[in-house]
Design a protein around this ligand. Sequence first.
Ligand code: PEP
Length: 232
Amino acid sequence: MLIAGNWKMFKGPAEATAFCRELRARELGNAGVVVCPPCVSLASAVEALADTEIAVAAQNVAWEAEGAFTGEVSASMLLEVGVYGAIVGHSERRQYFGETDETAARRATAALGAGLAVIACVGETEAEREAGETEPVLRRQVAVFEAHPDLVVAYEPVWAIGTGRTATPEIAQDAHAVIKSVLDVPVLYGGSVKPENAAEILSQPDVDGALVGGASLDVDSFAAICLAASRS
Ligand code: PEP
């Protein structure tokens, strides 16, 4: 089981340090735990979590090693500050910043090649689900990634992200099974995971953990989800 907290554009360095100091003092059980702060807070999180099992990952990573790519951060730069992995292809990157299946795949390949772990996000929109296109959309999105020991996929139905509408355990299980039929890697569920619904979702056979947004910003709720994962 892996629980990753995607902080999105919250918590600058000072807040990240305070959160991580609090988190390291908590009982988190035996699931793998990762926090994904914004770029400027990565080094603070790494420092505050030194000598713990809690890993730090970035929310994005460039596909090039260096060069004239304003606003991008490369895998080697992330490794230099002690970061362990990166999210790629999050739906907010796809929706607001022009990320595509192809650019997400390029980022994943570069990151994995450089030695970072990758959490690759996929998921259908509400319109795609209503049109009965969930399975082909997931197959298309997942097919661009190549299996790798350090790759996990996060199934994040876009209609469930930040909306409070969690997928039912059955919807999550069906989608995870589709994803695993294309790519044999662990699959996390993401979309309004909270302490109250974590155990039920995480108990599904093909759910290998969770990517948590809003509920990862609060130490109490994030720790509760980590504990639910370690009981699943
Ligand atoms: C996310 O941002 O990856 C996410 C799942 O957000 P939330 O948990 O807030 O729906």
